[in-house]
Each structure stands twice: as structure tokens, then as C-alpha cells.
Design a protein around this ligand. Structure first.
Ligand SMILES: [Zn+2]
Ligand SMILES: [Zn+2]
Length: 279
């Protein structure tokens, strides 16, 4: 890839930085520090931190209001919802970790801008059928990688103890909440998101589509901690992930049940614990 081609990636990230940072932060001036004075890498990092924060607080806030306040009698008839103090602890861990694990998407964008990945800038370069094919292969690779990254976080004992256990402090319906979704040790966040990055080196991927998928991944991670079983096959929603937080040995997957089914760790929410054969 030549400099002119790579310049397209830089223009795209600069535009996104300007739209998001310009929308969320004051422009500066009059002695005030401005995000515009940061180098491009710093702007991208700040944009990633603020984007994660905005997605986290808006998605969690709205969803918690809906399921715990407006529709509590529908989703939690027994009344077992998390305490406010538990959610505040989850928020605090998320807020502490976000600046560190946001380094991963920031470094990823840097690598894309340098031409080290297989990313391409425009769909027209490959055509729509090939674009759809590449995106599908990418998503399947990410599903595979997410499954194994998460499974190894449990199987390698020191990794579990020092990295993943912080997320598993919340293991019951009345202490799991959407706010627990990003309540992770920063290394945990980096390991679990790394398949999104590694796959960029394996399959040609449209850069802006990658950014959209990374955003969707954040929203999805929040969603699967609501303990609500959506019963939409083959989606691995909150009902499945609640079992993961209870048994530790099932439902490591991301968006779908396929990887757990393939590797023998699937446990569907309908089954009672004594019926689980796959452990
Ligand atoms: Zn886990
Ligand atoms: Zn979880």
C-alpha cells in the first residue's frame, strides 16, 4: 500500500475524531487546553475512551431504566434485581479500565493507518459480493477467537485468578447487570477484544465496517449481562451468559451459540443444572 492509499485511512480516522471529539468536548482556546493540540494517536485514544464511555452510560442507563423500572414486573417478577451499590461498583471498575483497554483499538487504528493489516478503505475496491464474503469470514474468525480467548481465560488458572476473576465477582441474577458488561480488568478487555484485531491480519476487511463491528461488540457485551433470555435462536444472549456466570464452564461464545455447540460447552437456559451433560 502506498502513502496516498494509506492517507485514506488517516483521513477517515481524523474525520471520526473531529466529529466525536468536536461533539463531546469544548473546542478550547482562551488558555484552555484543547483536544486539537494532541497528536493524532492521542486524539484517537481520547475518542475511543469517550466513545466507550458514551456507549456504556447511554446503553446501560436506558436499558436499566427499561428492564428494572418500566418492565420490572415482566422481566424480574421475583424482584431479584441488582442493588444500586453493586451497579456503582461495576461502573467504577469499568471507568478505571476503559482508558487502558482503549489502547487496543487505538493501536489497531495506528496499524491500519501504517498499512500493516489487510484492511482496505473502500468497498468499491473489491465489490459488494466479495465485501460481504470477507465480512462473513471475519465475523466467523472473531466468533472462533472470542470463544477460545474467553475459554483460556478460565482454563489457564493464573489468567483466571489475576485477570478474569474481577469480572466473575458478579455471578447471580441479583448482582449481574448491564453495567457488569464492561466491568473487567483492562488486560481482560484487551484479551477478549484481541480476536477483532488479529482477524484484521488474516482476512481483508473494510476498515469502517471493522469500526462498526467493534462498536456493536461493545453494545453486545453490555446487553448479554442483563440476565434476560431472549429465546432467539442462534443468538447467545443474556440467558446464556447468566449460565456462564453461574457454572463458569459453559457458554463462552460471543454472538451465537455455534462455537459452544461445536466445542461441547453449550448449555441452554431451559435446562436445569442437573441436566447439563456437556461439562
Ligand atoms: Zn468468563
Ligand atoms: Zn460476563
Amino acid at each position: 500500500m502506498d502513502e496516498a492509499y494509506l492517507g485514506q485511512f488517516v483521513r477517515q480516522t481524523k474525520l471520526i475524531n473531529e466529529v466525536i471529539l468536536g461533539g463531546l468536548l469544548p473546542a478550547g482556546g482562551g488558555g484552555m487546553l484543547s483536544w486539537k493540540e494532541l497528536p493524532h494517536f492521542g486524539q484517537t485514544w481520547l475518542r475511543n475512551v469517550l466513545s466507550v464511555g458514551a456507549v456504556y452510560f447511554v446503553t446501560c442507563g436506558l436499558w436499566c431504566f427499561y428492564i428494572y423500572y418500566l418492565k420490572r414486573h415482566v422481566y424480574f417478577p421475583s424482584g431479584s434485581i441488582p442493588k444500586r451499590s453493586t451497579m456503582l461498583k461495576q461502573i467504577w471498575l469499568s471507568v478505571k479500565s476503559t482508558p487502558l483497554y482503549s489502547l487496543l483499538p487505538t493501536v489497531t487504528e495506528y496499524m491500519v493507518e501504517k498499512g500493516w493489516t489487510k484492511c482496505f478503505a473502500n468497498i468499491e475496491e473489491v465489490g459488494w459480493p466479495i465485501y460481504i464474503f470477507y465480512t462473513l469470514v471475519y465475523v466467523i474468525l472473531v466468533e472462533f477467537g472470542t470463544y477460545w480467548a474467553h475459554r483460556e481465560l478460565h482454563d489457564i488458572k493464573p489468567l483466571y485468578k489475576y485477570v478474569h476473576a474481577a469480572h466473575h465477582k458478579y455471578n447471580k441474577e441479583d448482582d449481574l447487570s448491564p453495567f457488569a458488561g464492561l466491568a473487567l480488568n483492562p488486560i481482560d478487555g484487551i484479551i477478549q477484544a484481541s480476536p477483532l484485531v488479529i482477524a484484521l491480519f488474516l482476512v481483508p476487511m473494510h476498515f469502517l465496517t471493522y469500526l462498526v463491528l467493534a462498536f456493536v461488540e461493545g453494545v453486545w457485551t453490555i446487553n448479554i449481562h442483563d440476565c434476560i433470555h431472549g429465546k432467539v435462536w442462534p443468538v447467545m444472549g443474556g440467558g446464556y451468559h447468566k449460565i456462564h456466570h453461574t457454572t463458569y464452564r459453559h457458554n463462552y461464545g460471543g454472538y451465537t451459540i455455534f462455537m459452544d455447540w461445536l466445542f461441547g460447552t453449550l448449555c441452554t437456559p431451559e435446562l436445569e443444572p442437573h441436566e447439563k451433560k456437556s461439562s
